[in-house]
Structures are given as structure tokens and as C-alpha cells.
Design a protein around this ligand. Structure first.
Ligand SMILES: Cc1cc2nc3c(=O)[nH]c(=O)nc-3n(C[C@H](O)[C@H](O)[C@H](O)COP(=O)(O)OP(=O)(O)OC[C@H]3O[C@@H](n4cnc5c(N)ncnc54)[C@H](O)[C@@H]3O)c2cc1C
Length: 393
């Protein structure tokens, strides 16, 4: 049985390395539980290169046959609605999720299994009706469904809000990059930054997203960083892409990687790819390669023709911190007392922001958390991905 240590036994100061969604939600929860929390991050977060800093992220409970993520998604969506009520400006938009299948949905396929789980759990979905979505040419994706329970979130603005809430609750921010962990005897006791500052704590949580594998190189078989292309198009007629007839979507995503979002207020339409990506260091990321643009236009030409010639307003290579099995890594390092890792978002963690802080805080305190075991410390064994992820480039 795991020995539960109380906060007074482990101390009261926690240093969090990284002010992305893992770091800030953990900071808020731990500070509210009486810990004295510091966040170390280059500059004040949100950092422009952080994965969490983006115009939008999909919020879905559609996880194929994986009931665990379906249930966690359900709870997270309730959390987003609650944040919408608490925050002056709602940042979660429940525009639903349009999930398209190449050919008829088939037993065992991502789309079919999603719908089966949703129906078993009492959710209404609408089978695809082509005339409701005028921007789409459904010749290649003739089947699918619309799930009204989901949507997207303005992730960059959410991060701004979380940082404000952290500051208001007393979380201390230090600008700098962790260079090294510091130890006292056998225990991790803080971090040394690139400015030469030493920030001490009773627990150090490394939540540095795609930078984590470099900071903790002994995890290189468990976590690694991959670059993923994102393009923003500027269509001639943005109204065709408004959420009521162009909700967030995926198109045979587990076999193609394609997904996207409705037009932003300024008319930009984001199209992204949930694929294998390219293994690169986050500081070595390049701009989206020309082949990807060609591929994207080919897909758009067949599926969303009014976007296929639209100019590109923005290109970004965004970093995933992938784990070997597609599940996050939230656990105490068994070989380094006082060190906790909260990373490995694997391209799908942002939607769980309303529940992540509790999971990380319970882990820090070695308390039971009903979701914790899926993310617990583990060796790289059975390789895999969450079910929506395309395993090709
Ligand atoms: C293209 C793309 C699309 C995505 N789409 C979705 C989606 O639709 N839905 C969804 O749920 N999820 C999505 N995700 C995944 C989600 O964005 C990530 O899982 C999540 O944001 C990871 O958060 P994080 O806190 O681990 O990392 P980050 O947000 O990257 O934060 C890490 C922080 O650590 C800081 N840092 C780095 N090095 C150091 C250091 N040495 N010292 C101190 N601080 C340091 C960085 O500056 C940064 O602020 C997507 C990700 C990408 C890249």
C-alpha cells in the first residue's frame, strides 16, 4: 500500500517548473490547499512557444472505445461550463464536434466506437446531414455524426486567466529557465536557473511540456517532443465557416490526422494535424514545411473546397510532449525523492484543464485520485496512442 504523507510531513513549499496548463492548474490547486507555490518560467507565462498558448483547442469526450477518457472528458466539460459561469468572459464555446468518417462508420473504427459509447451513456448525437454544413464536400467523408456535447476553448486566453488567478492567489512567479535540479542529501531541494538563481522547495514539479525530456534526460525512453504543423487560412467568405454551420471537426482523424475549427472573430480558420509529427527539440523547431502545405491544400480541395486556395495567414509548428503510450505522466520519480513530473500531454491534454490541477496536486500529496493510476509513473512497455491519433506523418 502507498504510504500517504501529509503536507506537514513533506513540507509546504513547492516549485513548479513551467507555467503551461499543467503547471498553472497545479499551482492554483496546491496554493488553495495551503502550499506556498512558485512557478519558474522564461518570462511571465503564457509563453508564446508553449503548447498551451494557442488560439484554440478542441474539447471533446469522443475518445473511441476508451471509456476512461470519455468520462474524464465529461467531467472536464462540466468544469469548463463552471469556469464560464465564474469568469466574466466565457472562453469555452460549446459549438459541438462534427466527426466524419471516410466511407460508412464501421464496427471497431474510431467514429463508430465513439458513437456507440455516447449512445450507451445516454448522449444524443445527430447522424450526418450534408445540407447543414455548406462548406463541406462530403464525397470522401459521406458518414459521421455531430456531437453537441463538446466544442473548443480559447486556450491562450484561458492561460492568461489562469496566470491572473495564480497571481491573485499568491503564487510567486520567477522568470528564468531551470538549468539543473538541486539536491540536499538524497532529496531534490530546488532548481538552479539560467540566471544563477536557486529556488528552493520541499517538492519540485517539472511541468515543462515539450522541454521536459531535455531537462530530465533519464526519461528519454518514456517522453519525447514532436513538432506538429498548424495553419491558419483566411477565406474570402469567413461567414461560411461560422460555428453554427462549421463546428469543430475531424475527418477520419485516426487514419488521416485532419481536424479543424470554425472561423475566429477575425475570419481566420485553423486547420491542424493530429499525426505522428517529427521528433525535434522544441528550440530546433522550424516553420511548417512546404510539403505539408501542399498536402493540406489537397485535402481541402477534396473536402472543404472554399478553403483550398485561401491565403495562409499564420504557420506554426507546435510541440507535443509525447509519451510512449499516449497517456500523460503525472507521478513521483521513484529514484529522486521530492521530484514530481507532470507532463506528457501527448497532443490532447488541454481539454482536461479543469481537472488536471486536482490530479497533479493529489499526486504531489500522495493522495488517492480516481484518475491518477492511468497517469502514474511507469516504464515504457506497451507502446500506443489515444484512439484519435493518426500514427502516420
Ligand atoms: C498543435 C497542437 C494542437 C493541440 N490541440 C489540442 C486540442 O485540440 N485539444 C487538447 O486537449 N489538447 C491539444 N493539444 C495538447 C495541449 O496543448 C498540450 O497537451 C498542453 O498544452 C501541454 O501543456 P504543458 O503545460 O505540458 O506544456 P506547455 O504549455 O508547453 O508549457 C510548458 C511551459 O514550460 C516552460 N519551460 C520550458 N522550459 C523551461 C525551463 N527550462 N524552465 C522553466 N520553464 C520552462 C515553457 O516556456 C512553457 O511555458 C495540442 C497541442 C499542439 C502542439
Amino acid at each position: 500500500m502507498t504510504k500517504v504523507q501529509t503536507r506537514s510531513q513533506v513540507g509546504h513549499r513547492v516549485v513548479i517548473v513551467g507555467g503551461g496548463v499543467f503547471g498553472c492548474t497545479a499551482a492554483l490547486t496546491l496554493q488553495s490547499r495551503g502550499w506556498s507555490v512558485s512557478i519558474v518560467n522564461p518570462g511571465t507565462p503564457p509563453h508564446e512557444d508553449a503548447s498551451s498558448t494557442d488560439v484554440s483547442k478542441v474539447v471533446r469526450m469522443d475518445y473511441g472505445s476508451d471509456i476512461f477518457y470519455h468520462e474524464l472528458g465529461e467531467i472536464a466539460i462540466e468544469g469548463w461550463k463552471s469556469w464560464n459561469r465564474d469568469w466574466q468572459q466565457p472562453l469555452y464555446h460549446e459549438d459541438g464536434f462534427l466527426i466524419l468518417s471516410r466511407g460508412q462508420m464501421k464496427l471497431g473504427g474510431y467514429e463508430h466506437e465513439n458513437r456507440k459509447v455516447l449512445e450507451q451513456r445516454g448522449y444524443n448525437t445527430e447522424r450526418l446531414t450534408a445540407n447543414r454544413y455548406p462548406a463541406w464536400d462530403f464525397s470522401e467523408y459521406p458518414d459521421g455524426y455531430y456531437n453537441p456535447h463538446g466544442g473548443w476553448v480559447e486556450s491562450g486566453r484561458v492561460m492568461e486567466r489562469l496566470v491572473q488567478l495564480c497571481k491573485a492567489s499568491g503564487v510567486q512567479f520567477y522568470s528564468g529557465q531551470m538549468d539543473q535540479l538541486r539536491s540536499k542529501g538524497s532529496r531534490i531541494s530546488g532548481v538552479l536557473t539560467n540566471n544563477g538563481d536557486i529556488i528552493t522547495g520541499d517538492i519540485v514539479v517539472v511541468a515543462a511540456g515539450a522541454w521536459t525530456p531535455t531537462l530530465l534526460p533519464w526519461l528519454s525512453g518514456v517522453l519525447w517532443s514532436t513538432g506538429q504543423p498548424v495553419l491558419h487560412f483566411l477565406p474570402e467568405n469567413p461567414d461560411l465557416f461560422r460555428a453554427e454551420h462549421f463546428p469543430p471537426w475531424s475527418a477520419d482523424i485516426s487514419n488521416s490526422g485532419w481536424y479543424g475549427f470554425p472561423a475566429l472573430a477575425d475570419g481566420r480558420v485553423k486547420v491542424a494535424h493530429h499525426g505522428q509529427g517529427i521528433r525535434i527539440h522544441p528550440e530546433a523547431r522550424e516553420t511548417v514545411d512546404a510539403n505539408h502545405e501542399v498536402r493540406t491544400r489537397k485535402f481541402l480541395n477534396s473536402a472543404i473546397p472554399a478553403l483550398s486556395d485561401a491565403p495562409i495567414a499564420y504557420r506554426r509548428t507546435c510541440m507535443y510532449c509525447d509519451t510512449f503510450d499516449g497517456n500523460f505522466l503525472i507521478g513521483h520519480d521513484p529514484d529522486r525523492e521530492g521530484l514530481v513530473v507532470a507532463a506528457g500531454g501527448s497532443g490532447h491534454a488541454f481539454k482536461f484543464a479543469p481537472v488536471l490541477g486536482e490530479i497533479v496536486a493529489d499526486t504531489v500529496e500522495q493522495q488517492h485520485n480516481q484518475w491518477g493510476s492511468r497517469f502514474a509513473w511507469r516504464e515504457a512497455r506497451a507502446f500506443g496512442n489515444e484512439e484519435a491519433r493518426y500514427t502516420g506523418q
